[in-house]
Design a protein. Structure first.
Length: 350
């Protein structure tokens, strides 16, 4: 049985993780095609203010056939806003986690492989970032970025696609460096997804909402440390292994050792920890939006919607309930998938 068959066999035995993966796939589909779904269902635009949807006292109405999730105090459809909110939460979390993972892997590799003053410098930088509470540091960085345009990116989805293409290229380089042409499938899929994201973002004008680039930048800056620590520890262990010493004794360069011997052995822990960091970043984005430092109104965001609903829970319970449930189930699903991946990629020996 190949490692791929063993992985799928173990993963599909975890019904919760498998169900969560299906839910995430559905959620990503909904997030990407939210405008088309809203239009197909005949719902109003998420930011359209319609006083006719309020009752005679000017208060929002609850769920109905025309508005499945009800409306907010401005008469905006909550179902449409919840769908659009998924674009913000998933887009910000996935892109920021990808960037943080790339930064963490690079710095962790350099720190663990070269050690000495390089390791000390990167470790001290990591300690400084970890010394601050994540939410407090995020708020400070978000405020600093909001003062100017230095953190803006024209189309973050294009950046995400380019990151995936780069990751696929690195994976292909590792496979070719080890003479494993039969292992080019996975890097090819990753690069292919990146190309697809770039094409869709360009042709169909799929973009992350205004204000999201700042949040992506902030979350990536505060979450790379976890990946870096894991990678550094793995590299410190791997660089002393016999196969690395054998490669070094044969005259292999440091670059070849890193790409051919060390990096392939980091793929599993990096995938597992990146998957586990992703739901944390979803919550961090929601927290920043809740506190007013995230994506700014009127752009729909689950955290901002929950913040707006705090003063009207008694009279409009649906206003907080549906975005709150969406956030809860999304974070739970990613955690279940992360646990499932951890078990499947590192099968426990009984």
């Amino acid at each position: 049985m190949t490692s791929r068959q063993l992985f799928w066999r173990v993963f599909r035995q975890d019904r919760f993780a498998l169900g969560a993966l299906v839910f995430i796939a559905f959620l990503i589909f909904v997030a990407i095609f939210a405008p088309l779904i809203v239009k197909a269902l005949g719902l109003p635009a998420p930011n359209k203010i319609d006083s006719t949807t309020l009752d005679s006292f000017g208060t929002p109405t609850g769920p109905s056939t025309s508005h499945p999730f009800g409306v907010d105090p401005l008469g905006r459809d909550l179902f449409a806003r919840t769908l659009y909110g998924a674009r913000v939460s998933l887009g910000v979390a996935i892109v920021s986690t990808g960037i943080a993972t790339l930064i963490g892997v690079v710095l962790g590799l350099i720190s663990g492989f070269y050690r000495g003053w390089v390791d000390s410098g990167i470790s001290r930088l990591t300690d400084i970032v970890l010394a601050f509470p994540v939410l407090l540091l995020s708020l400070g960085l978000a405020a600093a970025c909001s003062l100017g345009d230095g953190c803006q990116v024209s189309n973050p989805l294009q950046v995400a696609g380019l990151v995936l293409i780069g990751a696929g290229a690195i994976g292909a380089g590792v496979a070719l460096g080890r003479g494993r042409r039969d292992s080019l499938g996975a890097p090819g899929v990753v690069a292919g997804i990146g190309v697809l994201v770039v094409i869709m973002a360009t042709v169909f004008n799929l973009t992350i909402e205004p204000g999201a680039p700042v949040v992506i930048f902030v979350i990536a800056l505060v979450s790379w440390t976890y990946i870096s620590r894991i990678v550094r520890g793995q590299v410190l262990s791997l660089r002393e292994k016999e196969f690395v010493e054998a490669s070094r004794s044969l005259g292999a360069s440091n670059t070849r050792i890193v790409f051919s011997e060390i990096l392939p052995n980091l793929i599993v822990p990096v995938i597992v920890y990146a998957t586990l960091i992703l739901p944390t970043n979803i919550l961090l984005e929601a927290s920043l939006s809740f506190l007013g430092a995230g994506v700014q109104p009127p752009t729909p965001s689950w955290g901002a919607m929950i913040a707006e609903a705090t003063g009207s829970f008694d009279s409009a319970w649906w206003y907080m309930l549906f975005p709150g449930l969406a956030l809860l189930f999304t974070v739970l699903a990613f955690n279940l998938v992360g646990d499932g991946l951890s078990d499947a990629l590192n099968p426990r020996q009984d």
